[in-house]
Each structure stands twice: as structure tokens, then as C-alpha cells.
Design a protein around this ligand. Sequence first.
Ligand code: ADP
Ligand code: ASP
Ligand code: MG
Length: 410
Amino acid sequence: MDFDTVVMKFGGSSVADPPKIQHVARRLVEAKQRGLRVVGTVSAMGKTTDGLIDLAHQVSPTPNAREFDMLLSTGERIACALVAMAIHDLGQEAISLTGSQAGILTDGAHMKAKIREIRGDRVKDALDEDKIVLVAGFQGFSRDTMDVTTLGRGGTDATAVALAAALGAACEIYSDVPGVFTADPRIVPNARKLHTISYEEMLEMSASGAKVLMLRSVELARNHGVRIHARSTFSDEEGTWVQEGASMEQPIVSAVTHSENDVVFTLSDIPDRPGVAALIFDVVGSAHVNVDTIIQNVVHGNAEMSFSVPTEDVPATNGALESTRAELGDFTIEENHDLGKVSLIGAGMRSHPGVAAKMFRTLADNGINLQMISTSPIKISCMIARSEIPNAVRELHAAFELENEPIHEA
Ligand code: ADP
Ligand code: ASP
Ligand code: MG
């Protein structure tokens, strides 16, 4: 399908310094000169968001959520305004807009707001006036609270997909890697770039740590049928197409992913009766925490439960757990920050038993102990010592020969 509008998203490393900002401006202008209506959305420069988070914590140990979002949203505004300036210098008209000016309406959940709707009138009007429109990524506005919200780490990917869906535009996500690879190319130098990947597999990859595309952006893309082209800011080569379905015959294993961003909670001496797990995951879920792997055992009549959550959700998890003490009594809570997760993803796993055994054997042969295991029809994840993650990723990539092109993709 041919589009007359394109949404081009550039991540933090692509706008890290003034020359890179000028480069991004040139890429946007080139697209305009090819006759397209161009919307750019950019992340904060380099590690700006990390710096702002650090600053907030230096001022306040538990920053107020509304003010935290007011603070974090400034990073993207800075980058956007600078790109617009650089475009003016190239002789094109451009206008930068905050998320709220661009009509990105979200729910009120600070730091992980969900986009509900885009009222893109201002964006469309500016496009009609022949301008390149820059929308600050990662942020929106809640009609319920009348406050600025942010979309969660990596959220500019979601801004891009939602804008593409609202405008009926092509969606190009530019970053410092030329696409989606069979493993993080920083860890596996001979990882292979995938030509295409299904939404289904990309969802599992993003959920298990491949931060090249934010999970929510892939969900939005699947729900709205937006085909994502993930590609490099610094070259013209074709990247990876994230789209419906894939090839006729899917490889058994498509990629190895990893995450070093999980903390495992172990709750001991909780009562072993119906409704306990429901209560715990009810309160944790209400605190907007995304729980991953869960294990429960019964030891001497009491239950022990372990589950993993993203590091940023640790304070919310503790708060939620403490609130159950009136009902569950004096159970103990332990946190383990020394584990990480390595996962195999592949739509072909459904019909091929034996992948798990080969994965466990490969890890065992390398002296790597498994702490927790979880599976879905197209994913197997193991929690292992965090220090072993790079080695595990490399060994699994080699064992499943992911560097070789599958025959049917040729
Ligand atoms: P941006 O700042 O442009 O949003 P990110 O840092 O969020 O970029 O995502 C790009 C990074 O994702 C790459 O630098 C790479 O290290 C990492 N990454 C992890 N897994 C993969 C993968 N399977 N394919 C490509 N990149 C990956
Ligand atoms: N700047 C935000 C972050 O670092 C959002 C993004 O990069 O898309 O998470
Ligand atoms: Mg990102």
C-alpha cells in the first residue's frame, strides 16, 4: 500500500548531540522532498531521561507521580524543538508540538499511561500547511485528570505507531541498529537481521527484553494493523518489517532475547488456601505492575510463592504486598536482584517439541543453573544468574544456529 504520509520516529541515541539532530532534520526534509507529508517524533536526547529520573530521586526518594511526568516529558520537548529549528535552517517549514498539543489523549496512569485516542487536528492542519510536524514522543494528556502523562520507558515507539494509525500513515522507527536481529547485536556480533517478523513473535520478543521496539507499540501496531519498518538512522538499508503473519513455514526458533531488568520476589509463610493468589495478584495488578514468571510451592502446609516484576515496579509491588498483611498475616518478603531472563522465541515451536530440552541442555553444558522457567506456545524463558546472561545468549544463539538464514527465507 502506498502512503502519502509517513511517521518517522528517532530514538534517544539518534538525537544525542547537535550534529545528530541536524542529521535527523536532513532525513525528515529528504522524505518531504520525496513528496510525502512528514510527521517526526523524537525521544529525549541521549540519556536525558535517565538523568532526569536520577535528578528526581536526588531531590525526593519517592517522587510525586504527577510532577515526575511533568519533569520527564520535558526531555522530548527539548529534542523536538531542536529538530524543528534545524529543519528551518534547511529552508523547510516545521512546527514542534507537545504530546498534549498534538491531541494525544491517554488514561491517567502516570509513568505508564495508555493512549486512548489521538485528536490529530492540529497535526493535520500543519501538514495541510505544508509543514513538517514534530511531535514530542513518550507523552500525552489525560482528560480525566487534566494532567501531562508519560507512556513508560521507550514510549516514543508507541507515540509513533499511534500517530501512524490515527493519520493512516506509514510507520518508520529509526534507531542505532538497522533492524530487529536474532539476538541483541551488542551481545552476539554475528546475530542476523530479520527481513520480517510477525506481530506475535515481536510481542514475545519485546515482552522478554528486546528493547528495539517497546511492547506497547507492537500491541498498538497489531491492533490497528500498522506495519512497522524498524531501520537505521545512519544508513538507507532496508530494515525489518513487523507485520501480520510471516513466511509460509516459520523457523522453529526465530530469536534469543534477554532481560536484566527483572527482580524476583519470594513470599514465604503465606496461608495455603483458595483465594490467596487471587488476592495477591489483584492488589499487585491494581498497582499497574506487570508480573511475569510465577511459581508456587507448598512447604509444610504453608505456601511459598515467587514471581518476577520489572525493576521500576519494585516500590509499587512492595506497597501492594504490604496492603495484604491484614488478610494474610505475617508472611516474609524477599527480593532477589541478581537474576536475569533469557528466552527463546519462535512461532514454529508450537509444532516442535524438544526445543525446551535442547535449551536446558545447552545451559547445563555451560554450567548455568536454572532458577525459574516459564513458557508460552511460542516462548520459553529461564531465569538465571544475571552475570551469566551474555554467555547464555551467545551459547543459545550458536546452539540453535540462528546466524544461518533459514532455507525457506532465501
Ligand atoms: P532507541 O533509543 O532508538 O529507542 P533503544 O535503545 O530503545 O533505541 O533500542 C535499540 C537497542 O535495542 C539496540 O541498541 C540494541 O542493543 C537493543 N536490542 C536488544 N535486542 C535487540 C534485537 N533483537 N535486535 C536489535 N536490537 C536489539
Ligand atoms: N525518553 C524516554 C525513555 O528514555 C522515551 C523513549 O526513549 O522513547 O524511556
Ligand atoms: Mg527505544
